[in-house]
Write a protein that binds this ligand. Structure first.
Ligand code: MEV
Length: 438
């Protein structure tokens, strides 16, 4: 049985590693060597990573790849992607190249509004609360001037605050629903600071409001927090071309391909089992760019999936049509992203990724991310509706299996040659390696 530990966070990194190695590993020395092998040799960089979170013991690598040839709104870019899944960067690059000769990607920002709520309990006359709110509304703005003045200088700030009556859903439950423009920052700290001040103002003003009874003055704030659901912070990405221009290897009949492709999207629109996997393919592209640019992929995931279910049924984020001989494929996704603040100026590889994207504004980053999602979705659907997904996947996966078996250069050449003409599966590759090595 393992032992509990007191004051772990106070131990030095070395002490933490020693404790873990002793507690959980049959050969502690090997575990220690492995953990230390992943430390950065540059002490300054390592210290930076150590301090991102609590109890850091080492770094956890995933590859940073790039997908070049993305023609977006008439301009070429190379998109950085941090991801472990073998076929994602290859698929993005393939889509980018395909669309670069067919007009490229068009990306448009539809809106950029963030939001947050003060959730509170008020037991009293609802019309009096509405009157109170109308009377003190301007105080929420003046009481947050300290927090908002820098954001206002950058052209952002609080857009509006509304009182929402939610008592039909939960007894005595109301909200202050506030909307924000946070410009190039994701804005989480800004929004949460404003909301916490709103909560203080709300309670303080209620205490001195003459029309409230003693009971009504006693407003209970349950919590104040931004929402990661941002249905008014939307970017649209699109590709489009005449059907006959779709012709390529594996697309010998572009008309049939376009029709099948549209069918595949329609299935994802009406069938949640398929929609989840379809959207997962989109998130392969989105998450990889979000992560490489130091943004919060959990927030993005949560918000996008909620958006996919906004009709009450989980559905496809992307759509496709064929009209007057033109094939059009597009998606709209909510994305609350930042290109200043947070990790963006701290993590050296995030800075590098942003520089590779020519230091985009938050709106430009939204466009890159949405395009990466659409490109990924196009590549997946193209494979699924033509050759099937395993063909490309297993070719990429072959490499992982070869690494797993520590194949040497000669073995790699022989194995790759063999599997050019044979179906790749994990067991088939393992059997073949074993036969070779006999
Ligand atoms: C695999 O990571 C993603 C796909 O399953 C997406 C899709 O099915 O559309 C290929």
């Amino acid at each position: 049985m393992n032992n509990a530990v007191a004051g772990f966070s106070k131990l030095s990194k070395e002490e933490k590693i020693n404790w873990i190695a002793k507690e959980y590993f049959s050969t502690p020395s090997e575990a220690i060597v492995l953990l230390k092998n992943y430390w950065n040799t540059d002490e300054k960089i390592q210290k930076l990573h150590d301090e991102f979170i609590e109890n850091t013991i080492t770094n956890f690598y995933i590859p940073l790849g790039v997908a070049p040839n993305f023609l977006i709104n008439g301009k070429y870019s190379t998109i950085p992607m941090a991801i472990e899944e073998s076929s994602v960067v290859a698929a993005a690059s393939k889509s980018a190249k395909f669309w670069s000769t067919r007009g490229g990607f068009k990306a448009t920002i539809l809106n950029t509004e963030k939001n947050g709520q003060v959730h509170f309990i008020y037991k009293g006359d609802e019309s009096k609360l509405a009157l109170f709110f109308a009377q003190v509304k301007s105080k929420f703005f003046t009481d947050t001037e300290n927090i908002t003045k820098n954001m206002q200088k950058r052209g952002g700030g609080i857009l509006d605050i509304q009182l929402k009556d939610k008592t039909d859903l939960l007894d005595n439950y109301f909200q202050l629903h506030a909307t924000f423009d946070t410009k190039d920052s994701m804005g989480a700290n800004f929004i949460n600071s404003c909301l916490e001040q709103f909560a203080k103002t709300l309670k303080a003003e209620a205490l001195t409001y003459e029309l409230f009874t003693e009971n009504e003055k006693d407003i209970h704030v349950v919590m104040s927090i931004l929402s990661n659901y941002v249905p008014n912070c939307i970017v649209r990405a699109q590709v489009s071309c005449p059907i006959d221009e779709l012709e390529e290897k594996h697309i010998e009949n572009p008309q049939a391909f376009a029709e099948r492709f549209v069918q595949a999207v329609k299935i994802a629109e009406i069938e949640p089992y398929r929609a989840v996997t379809h959207n997962k393919g989109i998130m392969n592209g989105i998450d990889a760019v979000v992560l490489a640019t130091g943004n919060d992929f959990r927030a993005v995931e949560a918000g996008i999936h909620a958006y996919a279910a906004k009709s009450g049924q989980y559905s496809s984020l992307s759509h496709a049509k064929v009209e007057n001989g033109i094939f059009t494929f597009w998606l709209e996704v909510p994305l609350a992203l930042g290109t200043v603040g947070g990790l963006t100026s701290l993590h050296p590889l995030v800075k590098l990724s942003l520089e590779m994207l020519e230091n985009p504004s938050a709106q430009e980053l939204m466009q890159f991310v949405a395009v990466a999602g659409l490109a990924q979705n196009f590549a997946a659907l193209r494979s699924l509706t033509t050759t099937g997904i395993q063909d490309g996947h297993m070719k990429m996966h072959l490499n992982n299996i070869l690494n797993q078996f520590d194949a040497n250069e000669n073995e790699r050449i022989t194995i790759r040659k063999h599997f050019k003409h044979h179906a790749i599966s994990h067991s088939a590759v393992v059997d073949y390696i074993e036969t070779l090595r006999k």
